[in-house]
Write a protein that binds this ligand. Structure first.
Ligand SMILES: Cc1ncc(COP(=O)(O)O)c(C=O)c1O
Length: 374
C-alpha cells in the first residue's frame, strides 16, 4: 500500500513545542497576562456549566462596536471565528448563478462558501503590481449577475493594504452598482492606517472581524459580523449558534479588547521588525524575492519561482528538518501558488532567527539535487 500523504498540520500539532508556527498568520506576541487571567476566571467560576448570554456578553459587544466605530444600537453578531460569519452571510446573500468578485491570490474559504451557495467566483489575478484590486478593474469585471465584491484589507496572503481613497472608490462602486461589499478586516490592526468601508457605503457593507489575529486568540474561535439592520437580520437567519459562542473565548476577547491600546503598538513594532529581518534573509538567497514589502499585515509571500524549488518541497524541508512551519502557496492561489510560500511573523524574535537559519539552508539543500540533475 502506498504511504498516506504527509499531513503537515497533523505533524505540526504533534510537535508544536518544537515548531516556529509561521504558517497561519497567527499572533504569538500578545502578552499572556492580557488574556489568561480572564480565561482562568471563566473556568474558576465554572461559567462553562451554563450557556453564555445568547447574543454575547454585553460589554464585549460594546467593545466590538467601539473598535469598529459603530453606533450603540448597531447590530453585531458573534460567531465561532470570522469563518462562521463568512459562511452565514454567504448563505444569506448568494443564489445560484450569482457572482462574487474576488482576487487570486486570496482567502480560499470565502470562495468555497460562495460556491456552496451556487455562486461563481470571479477571482481577478493580482499577482503583479500593485498586488491588489483597483477600482478600474472592478468596474470592468462587474456583470449582470455580480452580487458581491470582496475586499480583504490588508490582504491575506500578500500583505497589501488599501489607501483611504482606494477603499472609498471601491465602496462607492458597491453603492452605485447595487452590490454588497464584504469588508474582511481580520488584519486591520496591523497596518499604519486602516479604513473601514462602511464609512462610505453603510447600507451595502458587511464587516467581518475576528480576534484570532489582532488579539492572538486563533484557538479560541471568536469573531463576527456587523452590518446595517436589514442585512444583519438576513444574516442572523443562518445563525447556527443561537445558544452563544464559547464563554471562555468571550471572556478572553473582552479582556483583550479592553486593553488593546496598551499592548498593540508593541505587537505591531515587533511584527514590522520581524518582517525586515526576513527581508534581509531573503535578499541573501539567490532567486528569491518579496513581491510586497513592507507588509501591511503580519504575513507576506516569498516568491521562489526563479529557483526551480517547489513551495511544497520547501514547506516540507523547513518543517521536518528545521521545525519552521511556512505554508506552500497552493492553499491561497490557484494560478500563482506554485510560485511562492507564505510566511507569517507575529512571532518571538527567536522564531525569526530559526527562520533565518532554516530558509537559506533549506533552499541550498533543495537546489543541490536540481543543480546535479541539470
Ligand atoms: C482574510 C481572512 N478572513 C477570515 C479569516 C478567518 O479567521 P477566524 O475564523 O480565525 O476568525 C482568516 C483566517 O486566516 C483570514 O485570513
Amino acid at each position: 500500500m502506498p504511504d498516506p500523504p504527509f499531513d503537515a498540520f497533523a505533524y505540526g500539532h504533534t510537535h508544536f513545542r518544537d515548531i516556529a508556527w509561521m504558517c497561519q498568520n497567527t499572533n504569538h506576541l500578545v502578552p499572556r497576562e492580557v488574556v489568561e487571567p480572564a480565561m482562568l476566571q471563566a473556568i474558576a467560576e465554572r461559567r462553562y456549566t451554563m450557556y453564555p448570554p445568547g447574543k454575547g456578553d454585553p460589554e464585549l459587544l460594546d467593545l466590538v462596536r467601539g473598535d469598529l466605530h459603530l453606533a450603540a444600537d448597531d447590530p453585531v453578531i458573534l460567531t465561532a471565528g470570522g469563518t462562521e460569519a463568512l459562511y452565514m452571510l454567504e448563505r444569506a446573500f448568494f443564489a445560484p448563478g450569482d457572482v462574487l468578485i474576488s482576487t487570486d491570490p486570496g482567502y480560499p474559504i470565502i470562495h468555497r462558501f460562495a460556491e456552496l451557495a451556487g455562486a461563481r467566483v470571479e477571482a481577478l489575478p493580482i499577482y503583479e503590481p500593485p498586488y491588489r484590486l483597483s477600482a478600474e478593474r472592478v468596474q470592468e469585471a462587474i456583470g449582470p449577475k455580480t452580487r458581491m465584491l470582496l475586499l480583504i484589507d490588508p490582504l491575506n496572503p500578500l500583505g497589501s493594504g488599501y489607501s483611504r481613497e482606494e477603499v472609498k472608490a471601491l465602496a462607492e462602486i458597491a453603492h452605485d452598482r447595487h452590490l454588497l461589499l464584504l469588508d474582511d478586516v481580520t488584519y486591520r490592526d496591523f497596518p499604519d492606517h486602516h479604513t473601514l468601508a462602511r464609512e462610505f457605503a453603510p447600507e451595502e457593507t458587511i464587516t467581518v472581524w475576528s480576534v484570532s489575529k489582532n488579539c492572538g486568540l486563533a484557538g479560541m474561535r471568536l469573531g463576527g459580523v456587523a452590518a446595517a439592520p436589514k442585512l444583519a437580520n438576513e444574516i442572523a437567519r443562518f445563525h447556527t449558534n443561537d445558544l452563544g459562542v464559547d464563554v471562555v473565548a468571550q471572556w478572553a476577547a473582552r479582556a483583550a479588547l479592553r486593553t488593546k491600546g496598551s499592548w498593540l503598538d508593541a505587537v505591531r513594532r515587533q511584527t514590522r521588525t520581524n518582517g525586515e529581518r526576513i527581508r534581509e534573509v531573503v535578499a541573501g538567497v539567490e532567486g528569491t524575492r518579496l513581491p510586497v514589502f513592507p507588509s501591511q499585515a503580519n504575513m507576506f509571500v516569498i516568491d521562489i519561482a526563479a529557483t526551480g524549488v517547489t513551495p511544497e518541497a520547501l514547506q516540507r524541508e523547513m518543517l521536518l528538518r528545521h521545525g519552521v512551519f511556512v505554508r506552500a502557496g497552493g492553499y491561497v492561489s490557484k494560478n500563482f501558488g506554485h510560485r511562492f510560500v507564505r510566511v507569517s511573523f507575529s512571532n518571538p524574535a527567536a522564531d525569526i532567527e530559526r527562520f533565518a537559519t532554516a530558509f537559506p539552508a533549506a533552499m541550498r539543500a533543495l537546489r543541490a539535487p536540481a543543480a546535479r540533475a541539470a
